[in-house]
Design a protein around this ligand. Sequence first.
Ligand code: 173
Length: 318
Amino acid sequence: MHRIVVSTALLALGLSGAQAQEVTLRAVSAFVEGTQFSKNFERFIEKVNADGKGVVKINYIGGPRAMPPFEVGNAVRTRVVDMANVTAAFYTNLMPEGDGFKLIGKPMSEQRQNGTWAYINELHNRKLNAWYLARQFHNVPFHIYLNKKPDKLDFTGLKIRVTPVYKDVVEALGGTAITTAPGEVYTALERGVVDGYGWPVTGIFDLGWEKVTKYRLEPAFYSVEVNVLINLDVWKSLNDAQRKVLSDAALWLEGLDSENPGIIKAEVERQAAAGIAPIDYGPAESKRFLELANEVAWQSVIKRAPETGPRLRQLAGN
Ligand code: 173
């Protein structure tokens, strides 16, 4: 009888011992805290910290004030941080084919079924020493925003702020591409260093860009990808319970994409109210733009990543 009591007490001690081994992960975002492309990651963190009480905890260090956006991918690779919210557009130096993820617009549920997630995870394992925990915003497209209105679909003479997302299409239309982090966009527009910029349909109000933006070029194109990555050594060191909390929360996070159509509708209305006018050259030119955007991007991805680019294109189906 006594022995049973003692071993039960030890078991209880043992359990609290395991609880004391709660792991804390340090996380950063490549986007400013509280803004459109950090928001859902921050909700993910809250969920992990609630669901994972005593098991796994995320310590959110913050956004670009904590780390320059173009360094975030490498910081995950070298385990300067354990986890990050970042677009592959910001780590194409380490993974050139990451530029192709914007061309994959299928819902994540489908990408997890058809091998796309597994392939992209493998690329992250190999090139970024990271586990591809989640991808967000597959149903949010990009636009080119302009302060000058060209009389045809031609960017000749225009300087446009880009990241790898928009560079090829801007140059294909004759524009001059100038790469900057999001944090430099406002000043570049205000000083006339650029005549326009690429950005998703949502989020321009977060940093006050509506004050320095006149037009939004139609049509919308590509597909936003913002990923939650975790250092692969960290991932491997976690136990099943810890991984389950993170993986379940990752699926929940991907599910938040169902909110995006409503957010997009509201933001387009808000842009109109702020005086941002659409520029639309009609259906034939829109079709030409979309075909050009798709083709120049794939050619560029395949040229920079001849081994993996074609497989990505096959998975994308476009
Ligand atoms: O324009 C950008 O900085 C960019 O590439 C991007 C990618 C995903 C979400 C938001 C912006």
